[in-house]
Every structure is written in C-alpha cells, then in structure tokens.
Design a protein around this ligand. Structure first.
Ligand code: SAM
Ligand code: SF4
Length: 332
C-alpha cells in the first residue's frame, strides 16, 4: 500500500489496551483515569482480523503496544497468533518492562513472548535512579523493570531497545548511567523528544529537551559522536556512535527533525478500534462499528486502503497541536 505522498505502508502498531500500571508524567498523568469501557475494546479476534486483512494488503511488521500491553491477559497467546499470520515477518512489543519477569505457567512473561515469536522488544527506561524513576512514572517499580530486562535477555531477546523520553532538567543526569547500563546489557539506547500527546502542562516548552541538545551534552562526556546515516532500525531514529566504544545511540527527534515523517510506514490501531494514519494528527477512522456490523473482508480491506489514502504528509506537532487523545489511548 502506498499513500498519496509515496509512503509505503507496511507497519501496524496495535494497541491492546489503554490501561497501564504506571502513570508516566508525559503520557498518563495520575489525575486522568478514564479507561475505555470493556465493551468498547476490540477482542483479540477482532484485532487479528484487522491484522490478517492488513497483511493481505502489505502489512509485514507488527508491534504490540498500549497502554501497557502486558496488563491485558492473554497477550502472549495473541502474539503467537499474529506471528503465524501469512505475510507477517516481524513482530515486536513495546513495554514498560515491569511485568516481564512475572511467572505464568512456569515461565516468565518475557520467555512466553519469545516463545510466541516476538523478536523485537522496546522497553521504556527513563532513569536508573529509583527515586527519579518513581517521580517520572509515579510508581516505585524500577527494580521490577531491571528484573524484567534480565528476564528478556535470559529469554533470548537480542538488541533490546531502551527508550528514554527527554525531559529538561531531568534527563541530563541520566545520560551517562543510561549509556553505561545499555552497553552492559548490549541494548540500543534511544532518546525520544517529548511530543504533545498528553496533557498540556507537562508538554510545556520548559520541559522540552531537543535531541540535538541531548547529543551535545552526551558529547561532553564521550567526545564527538559519529553519525551513522545508514544504520536504521524499524523507525525514524537517527543513530550515532560513541567512537571509543562503538556504542550506538538513537535519537528520535519527532519535533526538531524536519525530515522525521519522510520514511513513515506506519498505521496505528487503537484498542477501541480506530485506525489512525498518523500519531500526530486528529485523523482516525472507526473500524469497530463495521467489524461488529459484520462487514466482509473486502469491505474491511477497502476501509484500510481509504485510511492509507488519507495519511497526511507529516504530523501536526509543530502547528500548536493539542491532542484529542492521550498517548496511552493511541498506542505509542
Ligand atoms: N507502556 C509501554 C511503554 O511504556 O513502553 C508501551 C506504550 S508507551 C505509550 C510507548 C512509548 O511512548 C514509550 O516509549 C513512551 O516513553 C513513549 N511516550 C509516551 N508519551 C510520550 C510523549 N508525550 N512524548 C514522547 N514519547 C512518549
Ligand atoms: Fe504506561 Fe508506557 Fe504510558 Fe508510561 S509510557 S504511562 S508505562 S503506557
């Protein structure tokens, strides 16, 4: 599938829940607790149907996300069903890591996900300092995340990606501990610019730290980083390398990188059944109503094509964008 601006669409992010066991300041502030009612959330069967039809249209990569996907029971079995869909070549998950070490049926959640065919894992990690992690996420769960990272490594996951959202006057002191930790765990560390996808107060200019500023601060410790324009993972991160150690660091500059949207190949399915062609746009199209009204696969395929045709050239984050949904209700 190709949109009007030449983006080739091959990637679907599926949010299985808008619920979470953390309350990150930039995503899900404590005071907002409006979950989707259960009946509005797509069943796994409904999601699999969208994925199967999507795969027939060229979707090859899937990432399961949320909210916190591991708070929804049965997510590993859901992943196992995605992995065997014809056409799906890559399956990943984004998680806060807090539940990865939890055992179920004698296996950790991480091992169950690996066994299900998940091979790429993004774990959010904003700080290695317990108090600071607690402040950012409103939960004292850093030890669980660290256990979870080890469980993922033990399960066989390679090249874990550790994602840190850049917050001014906060992330600066995390750079070097995070770099050292990522090197020790052979993980790819990525810094993400704060996006206006939550409540406005947190997304204030005063909290914004650009990827460029972050890189310059890191360089004060490591010496100049070397750009790696040809190294890409599945997303828009730009990678740089620490010359002395070879460690790669990713920078996701959704706001300051004006080329950010050029290589976008994604659609997002929200847990309440809306298909969104862009994270930073109000556009969303309801699939739940037609799915529940008994639409045919051909009709569903046409709806998906219509959404692709309306994918915007780029996000609206620079246009004083005010979100109509919180990040947690979209799926990061
Ligand atoms: N709960 C999982 C997690 O934390 O990784 C998956 C969902 S979370 C919404 C996905 C990603 O979105 C995380 O890496 C998180 O840091 C990022 N995110 C959330 N709110 C953000 C914001 N306002 N700006 C930039 N990234 C954000
Ligand atoms: Fe939950 Fe992830 Fe959002 Fe944090 S970033 S509140 S862990 S969904």
């Amino acid at each position: 599938m190709e949109d009007a601006f030449g983006h080739r669409i091959s990637y679907l992010r599926v949010s299985v829940t808008d619920r979470c066991n953390e309350r990150c300041r930039y995503c899900m502030p404590e005071e907002e607790q409006a979950w989707f009612p259960k009946e509005e959330v797509l069943s796994y069967e409904e999601m699999l149907r969208v994925l199967r039809v999507g795969a027939s249209l060229g979707i090859q990569k899937v990432r399961v996300t949320g909210g916190e996907p591991l708070t929804r029971p049965g997510v590993a079995d859901f992943c196992a069903q995605i992995a065997v869909l014809p056409g799906i070549r890559q399956l990943g998950i984004s998680t806060n890591g807090t539940l990865l070490s939890r055992e179920e049926q004698g296996m950790t959640q991480a091992a169950r996900l690996y066994q299900a065919g998940v091979r790429s894992m993004n774990i959010s990690l904003d700080s290695l300092d317990r108090a600071s992690y607690h402040r950012t996420t409103s939960r004292d769960l850093l030890p669980k995340v660290l256990e979870g990272i080890d469980a993922a490594l033990e399960a066989g996951f390679q090249n874990l990606r550790l994602n840190c959202v850049l917050m001014k006057n906060q992330t600066e002191r995390e750079f070097m501990p995070l770099l050292r930790f990522a090197a020790e765990k052979r993980a790819l560390l990525r810094f993400i610019e704060l996006m206006p996808v939550s409540t406005r107060e947190v997304l204030d200019e005063r909290n914004f730290l650009s990827t460029e500023a972050a890189r310059l601060m890191i360089e004060q410790h490591t010496g100049p980083l070397i750009p790696l324009p040809d190294f890409r993972t599945n997303g828009p991160a730009a990678y740089w390398q620490v010359p002395a150690t070879g460690q790669k660091i990713g920078f996701i500059g959704a706001i300051t990188n004006l080329h950010f949207c050029e290589s976008c190949d994604k659609l997002r399915l929200t847990s309440d059944g809306k298909l969104r062609p862009c994270l930073g746009s109000f556009l969303e199209f309801d699939l739940r109503t037609p799915l529940r009204a008994g639409c045919s696969d051909a009709e569903l395929a046409q709806l998906i094509r219509d959404v692709v045709a309306r994918k915007p050239k780029e996000h609206d984050f620079r246009q004083n964008y005010q979100p109509n949904r919180r990040m947690i209700a979209i799926g990061g």
